[in-house]
Design a protein around this ligand. Structure first.
Ligand SMILES: Cc1ncc(COP(=O)(O)O)c(C=O)c1O
Length: 469
C-alpha cells in the first residue's frame, strides 16, 4: 500500500465500523494494563502504511462505540452523519478558522450559522461566536459581564476594585467555578444557591444573597440560570430572574449547554425556556442533544453587538488580522480567545442544512418522549426506583438493593459490572446527596426497544450481584 490509495482503504475501514456501530457490544472492555499489552504501543512502524492502518484498526477495535444504543452515559453520543462528513473534510483541508484569508468558506458559514442562532434565540442586534464548548462559553460570558461592570478590568485588572459576586444554581456545572477562578473573581465569590424541590435555584435565597453581598460592599454582577442542570435536568425559571435583574442590574446568562436544545422546538421552548430571548447571553452545545460531532458550541450575546470585540479583541493587523475594504471585521479570530481555531463550522452547517430546525426539533421532542417511557418503565419495575421525579431529559434512578446493603455501593457495583460485561454504560451523579444512575437519551439509535434492552440488562446485572454477593 502507498499514500495514493490510503483514502480508499480508510473509507473501507470507516464504513465497516459505521455499519457495525449499532450491532453487538458497545466496547471490548479491558483494564488499562491488559489494553496496553494488546496495543503494543512501542512497536516500530515508521513509513509503513499497512502497519499504520493496523493502528487505526486497533483504535477502533477497542474504542467505545458511542453511537451504540447501549451507550447512555454522557450528554453526547455517536455523531450525525452529515457532521462526520464535515469533520473528515475539515481534517483533509486542515486550516484555522482564525482569519478569512485562511478559512474563507468556514468564516462565512460560521457567520451564517450564528445569525441563524441569534434569530432562533430572539436576540436582536446581538453577536455570537463558536467556542470550544460550554465551559469556555460560560467563562467568556462571565468575562463579558465582569468587564461591563468593571470597565477597567480588561486593561488594569481587578486591583483595587470592589469585590464581584456571581450567583448560580447549587447544581450548576463546575465550569462556573473554573471561570470564577480564571477570571480573578475567586471561587468564594461564586455563590451557589439553594435549590427547591425541583432542583431549580431558590429565588428567595438568591435575593437574600444579593442583598447580603451589597451590604458587604460587593457588587452582584452575574447570575447564571441553568437550562437543564447536569445531573437532574432542572430548568431555572428565567422570568422571575428578569424581574430581579431589573432591580439589581446584574448580567443574566442562560447556560443551555444541555437543555438549551429545547429552543429548537416551539412547544418545548415555551415550556422550558420562556423569556430566554430577554437574557443577556445564552450558550448551547450542538455536540450534545443535537448530535453534531464534538466539539460544537455557540455562545450568543443579546443587544451588545460589539461586546466580543470589546472583551476579547487582542492582536492587530500587523501580522495576522486583516479588515475588509470598508474597514469591516473579517477575521473571527480577532474576537476569540484562541489564535488557531479548529474549523467547527462546516460540520455544524452540514447538520443544519440536512436536518433543518424542524428535524432537530422533532428529535428533541422524541428524546423527551423516550425519557417519559424510561420513567414509566422504572415505575413499573419493582426492583427499580426514581431517585427524584424527572424534570426534563435526565432520568435519575437506581436499583433497590436487598435490605441491609448500601444503596451507593450496590449501584456503583451494578454500573461497573454493566460496563465490564459490555452490556451498557450509564452515568452516575448525586442528587441531594443521593447516588443516582443518570440515564441520558441523546442518541438517534436509541428507541423504546433499545431502552427495554438497557433496563433488562440492569435487572439482569442486579440479580447477578444479589446471587454472587
Ligand atoms: C449545564 C452544563 N453547562 C456546561 C457544561 C460544559 O459543557 P462542555 O462540555 O461543552 O464544556 C455542561 C457539560 O456537561 C453542562 O451540563
Amino acid at each position: 500500500m502507498d499514500s495514493e490509495n490510503v483514502f480508499q482503504h480508510l473509507l473501507q475501514i470507516i464504513e465497516r465500523y459505521h455499519e457495525n456501530l449499532t450491532q453487538g457490544r458497545f466496547v471490548a472492555y479491558h483494564e488499562p494494563e491488559d489494553l496496553n499489552t494488546l496495543l503494543q504501543l512501542d512497536e516500530q512502524t515508521e513509513g509503513d502504511w499497512a502497519k499504520l492502518f493496523q493502528w487505526v484498526e486497533k483504535y477502533l477495535a477497542y474504542a467505545v462505540k458511542t453511537g451504540n444504543p447501549a451507550y447512555v452515559n454522557r450528554m453526547w453520543a455517536g455523531a450525525n452523519l452529515p457532521s462526520i462528513i464535515g469533520e473528515i473534510v475539515t481534517a483533509v483541508s486542515n486550516t484555522s478558522a482564525c482569519t478569512f484569508e485562511t478559512a474563507p468558506v468556514s468564516t462565512l458559514m460560521e457567520q451564517y450559522m450564528l445569525r441563524e442562532m441569534l434569530n432562533l434565540a430572539g436576540f436582536e442586534d446581538g453577536v455570537g461566536q463558536m467556542t470550544t464548548g460550554s465551559s469556555n462559553a460560560n467563562m467568556i460570558v462571565m468575562m463579558a459581564a465582569r468587564n461591563v461592570v468593571c470597565e477597567v478590568g480588561k486593561s488594569s485588572g481587578l486591583f483595587g476594585q470592589p469585590r464581584l459576586c456571581a450567583f448560580v444554581n447549587g447544581d450548576a456545572h463546575y465550569s462556573m467555578d473554573r471561570a470564577a477562578a480564571i477570571l480573578g473573581i475567586g471561587t468564594d465569590n461564586l455563590i451557589k444557591l439553594q435549590t427547591d424541590s425541583h432542583g431549580r435555584m431558590d429565588l428567595e435565597d438568591l435575593e437574600q444573597q444579593i442583598v447580603k453581598a451589597k451590604e458587604d460592599g460587593a457588587i452582584p454582577f452575574f447570575v447564571a440560570a441553568t437550562a437543564g442542570t447536569t445531573v437532574r435536568g432542572a430548568y431555572d425559571p428565567i422570568e422571575p430572574l428578569l424581574a430581579l435583574r431589573e432591580q439589581h442590574g446584574f448580567w443574566l446568562h442562560v447556560d443551555g449547554a444541555w437543555g438549551g436544545a429545547a429552543i429548537l422546538s416551539d412547544k418545548l421552548r415555551s415550556r422550558y425556556l420562556p423569556y430566554v430571548g430577554e437574557a443577556d447571553s445564552f450558550t448551547l452545545d450542538f455536540h450534545k442533544m443535537l448530535g453534531t460531532a464534538l466539539m460544537c458550541n455557540t455562545v450568543l450575546f443579546n443587544k451588545r453587538p460589539a461586546i466580543l470585540q470589546q472583551i476579547c479583541s487582542a492582536g492587530d493587523e500587523s501580522y495576522i488580522f486583516r479588515k475588509g475594504a470598508g474597514g469591516e471585521l473579517r477575521d473571527l479570530g480577532s474576537q476569540s480567545l484562541q489564535c488557531g481555531r479548529k474549523v467547527d463550522a462546516l460540520k455544524w452547517f452540514l447538520d443544519w442544512k440536512f436536518y433543518g430546525r424542524k428535524g432537530l426539533a422533532k428529535r428533541v421532542e422524541g428524546y423527551l418522549e423516550l425519557c417519559r417511557y424510561a420513567e414509566a418503565y422504572i415505575h413499573d419495575a419493582v426492583e427499580l426506583e426514581m431517585v427524584v421525579p424527572r424534570e426534563s431529559f435526565n432520568v435519575c434512578f437506581r436499583y433497590k438493593p436487598p435490605q441491609g446493603e448500601s444503596v451507593v455501593a450496590f449501584n456503583i457495583r451494578l454500573r461497573n459490572r454493566m460496563q465490564q460485561k459490555e452490556r451498557g454504560l450509564v452515568g452516575t451523579g448525586y442528587v441531594d446527596g443521593q447516588l443516582a444512575l443518570r440515564l441520558l437519551v441523546t442518541n438517534i439509535n436509541v428507541g423504546k426497544p433499545e431502552l427495554d434492552t438497557f433496563f433488562e440488562n440492569i435487572l439482569l446485572t442486579g440479580r447477578e450481584i444479589m446471587e454472587t454477593p
